[in-house]
Design a protein around this ligand. Sequence first.
Ligand SMILES: [Zn+2]
Ligand SMILES: [Zn+2]
Length: 139
Amino acid sequence: MSPDALTGGCLCGAVRFELTEPPAIAGYCHCTRCQRRTGTSSSAQALVDRGALTIVQGEQLVQGWCHPDGGMEKCFCRSCGAHLFSRAPDGGARMTVRLSAFDADPGVRPSFRAFVADAASWEPIPDDGLERFEEARAG
Ligand SMILES: [Zn+2]
Ligand SMILES: [Zn+2]
């Protein structure tokens, strides 16, 4: 493990990863897919460069799933079901890591809310002043 690496993993501990660069940006995603996969109203996640993340243990348990209509590949532990990260299905650099997967404070704080047009009817979006995007975060 690199000395400054941020570490994380799944609920059962079989999958472990490390991040060699601290994430610079994080946000909440309120999209319907994130609601369904998490069982909550939104998903807190950090945007990272794919090259900065290494799966150090349990890669064979990392299951990816892509919606038939496209979008990021959502990756979770096949053993415990914990959500870990999402990545561009074409192998591109875009990746997000679920903030819940980090062992310790990843440093970054969510600064925006995306897909608020799809926000859950049963939980108001907090009036926290974070930048909001109707759909995907612009820029
Ligand atoms: Zn697991
Ligand atoms: Zn989402």
